[in-house]
Design a protein around this ligand. Structure first.
Ligand code: NAI
Length: 258
């Protein structure tokens, strides 16, 4: 039985990477999905690839009017709304001294403020559906620090607490709010981050050597975790974070055997 049969979902930042992985698994699990992004060409191509259960709409999650239009469009197109996945996010590889106020605010607007906006406009629809799920894509950087990315780490810490706070406010209405904390996942963002190193491939190998599983994670790994948390199988789960990191945050130090 498909995990998300008859459910209608919005996935933000779904043109590529983890968002696309989540949308792909959701469609495979029976959901109808409205993909949202600012990269219209890739977003529309992704929706076409996913078939009739998927559609694409432009939405910059930093803009209130576009978020509101996105939520209303999903409900109008599919007749209901059950799930909102807040996946869109950016990373700025800049120390505080290298960042302008605008750089800081942009990371916060996309990674954190957008969750406030989608929740604000989606909650009436989730309530009308008799309950639903908000799933936020946080990070291992919600739990442990990462060098050279203060705005990103601060934003992902905020995602974790916003998740818990929303879960408390809407639990009685059967609206569950959870997050996933991805580890090192092969996406264009990861490759972009690695580009700042002198030797990007060596940099990625070095980072992976510190992961107990030793393996790269892929967008579909996040899709399966997200599908579980948004499915009725996870009925008793709200206000929590599911860490999908190959063991990365389990250790203070790790030395591979052999
Ligand atoms: P990505 O950069 O490959 O994809 C992000 C997508 O979001 C892109 O399609 C982009 O156009 C879209 N986007 C950016 N700004 C937007 C906006 N204002 N409105 C709507 N869409 C927007 O990134 P990736 O790696 O797939 O990351 C997705 C989420 O996963 C992010 O929240 C990120 O912080 C998180 N994450 C990623 C990890 C990784 O290793 N790749 C690890 C931990 C968390």
């Amino acid at each position: 039985m498909a995990k998300l049969a008859d459910k209608v979902a919005i996935v933000t930042g779904a043109a590529q990477g983890i968002g696309l992985g989540i949308a792909r698994v959701f469609v495979a699990e029976g959901a109808r999905v409205l993909l949202a992004d600012v990269n219209d060409e890739a977003g529309a191509a992704a929706a076409r690839e996913l078939g009739a259960a998927a559609a694409y709409q432009h939405a910059d999650v930093a803009r209130e009017a576009e978020v509101r239009a996105l939520i209303d469009a999903a409900a109008a197109r599919f007749g209901r709304l059950d799930i909102v996945v807040n996946n869109a996010g950016i990373v700025a590889v800049q120390t505080v001294e290298e960042s302008s106020l605008e750089d800081w605010d942009r990371v916060m607007a996309i990674n954190v403020r957008a969750i406030f906006l989608t929740a604000k406009y989606a909650l009436p629809h989730l309530r009308a559906a008799g309950g639903g799920s908000i799933l936020n894509v946080a990070s291992v950087s919600s739990l442990v620090g990462q060098q050279g990315t203060p705005a990103y780490c601060a934003s992902k810490g905020a995602v974790l607490m916003l998740t818990k706070s929303l879960a408390l406010d809407y639990g009685r209405e059967h609206i569950r709010v959870n997050c996933i904390c991805p580890g090192i996942t092969d996406t264009p963002m990861l490759r972009f981050h690695a580009r700042h190193a002198d030797d990007p491939e060596a940099h990625l190998r070095q980072r992976l050597a510190r992961v107990p599983s030793g393996t790269m994670l892929y967008p579909d790994d996040m899709g399966r975790a997200a599908a579980f948390l948004c499915s009725d199988e996870a009925d008793g789960i709200t206000g929590t974070s599911l860490v999908v990191d190959g063991g990365y945050t389990a250790c203070a130090e790790f030395f591979a055997a052999g």
